[in-house]
Ligand binder design. Structure first.
Ligand code: BTN
Length: 336
């Protein structure tokens, strides 16, 4: 552990710690302690100097710093190897680079800002600085490439589970893997795979969650369909704690799905689904299907009562027929 991290962990244990005690415990000079305290302050920690008593940590930055995430992390693998960037092109691109360099499963790339955030279907993911979560995990599932789409569905359950305590009863999943809050898009998932015909080398699971973004952070045309947790609830999210919590929900859901198949989380996915019973059209690579959504099958396909009988659909872009009552106009896949 670096000296600055050790200072933080000592300050977290006691309300006030003297400079003398810090220097003795760490085996560095008082001047070095002071230098590290100044650096921590510059990083956003609030460290008060109490006269004749020592230093008191009274505030931590709401930033995606490794030390802040590590203290909330409860996982075995997910987030244990972590790279955090202030600015990056896309966390998915960086995670793919790490995957090619044999990064282990659960490796996590985070960024405070993306210059080329990628969304599904070639869209852009709007990625304003220091307010949201842009996360990409390296996965090495022992699944056939044909089953890989199940991972994105499972990830939507993990994201919904992580968001639900922040807005109880207001989080939904719109098939295949958009997360909605009060019917507006709050999170999106993009999986990218490196595979041979019958073997997955790696999957990069990219997750974007709008946490503390103000409305002005989104382009005007997206504002009616997009939200953040702060916008919807009025309460700012502790981002490092959320990131660690997401690692935990994801590790739990992912391990179950890889071991037992998507069927084991399908019932939970259904509890969040906002499409069941609704009339929809689905654009599936130019082919259009229309019908009433019956639910999801054990392999993750959407079951549709279509005009020509039952259809099971693995991927596509959904629109709700007759407007979006109950979801707002937001349910149509927004570009964020
Ligand atoms: C969608 O279109 O709904 C998927 C959006 C996925 C965005 C995330 S943000 C972190 C990761 N890096 C990217 O460039 N995209 C994903």
């Amino acid at each position: 552990m670096e000296t600055a991290d050790r200072i933080l962990s000592l300050l977290r244990r006691e309300p006030v710690v003297s400079g003398e005690a810090l220097s003795a415990t760490l085996g560095v000079s008082r001047a070095a302690v002071w230098k590290h305290v100044e650096a921590l302050r510059a990083a956003g920690y609030v460290i008060e100097a109490r006269r004749a008593r020592g230093y008191a940590l009274t505030g931590s930055p709401n930033r995606l710093l490794p030390a802040e995430i590590a203290r909330h992390l409860t996982t075995e693998r997910f987030g244990r190897r972590l790279e955090c960037f202030e600015t990056i092109d896309s966390t998915n691109v960086q995670a793919a680079r790490l995957a090619r360099d044999d990064a282990p499963e659960g490796t996590l790339v985070l960024a405070e800002r993306q210059t080329h955030g990628r969304g599904r279907l070639g869209r852009t993911w709007v990625s304003p600085a220091r307010v949201n979560l842009y996360a990409s995990f390296v996965l090495r599932p022992r699944l056939s490439p044909a089953d890989a789409p199940q991972l994105a569905l499972a990830a939507a359950v993990a994201v919904a589970r992580a968001l639900a305590p922040l807005a109880p009863g207001r989080v939904a999943i719109k098939w295949p893997n958009d997360c909605l809050l009060d019917g507006r898009k709050v999170a999106g998932i993009l999986t990218e795979m490196d595979a041979e015909v019958d073997r997955i080398r790696a999957v990069v699971l990219g997750i974007g969650v709008n946490l503390n973004a103000p409305a002005r952070a989104f382009p005007v045309d997206l504002r009616p369909t997009t939200t953040s947790v702060l916008l919807a609830t009025g309460t700012p999210v502790d981002r490092p704690r959320f990131a660690a919590g997401l690692c935990a929900t994801l590790e739990a859901v992912y391990d179950r799905v890889v071991r037992d198949g998507f069927a084991v989380v399908a019932p939970e996915w259904e509890t969040y689904s906002c499409l069941t019973g609704r009339r929809v059209t689905i654009d599936c690579s130019g082919r259009r299907s229309e019908g009433t959504v019956r639910g999801i099958d054990p392999t993750g396909r959407l079951v549709l009562d279509g005009t020509a009988g039952e259809e099971r659909i693995m991927a596509g872009d959904v629109s709700i027929v007759n407007g979006y009552q109950g979801l707002g106009t937001q349910a149509k896949g927004s570009g964020t």
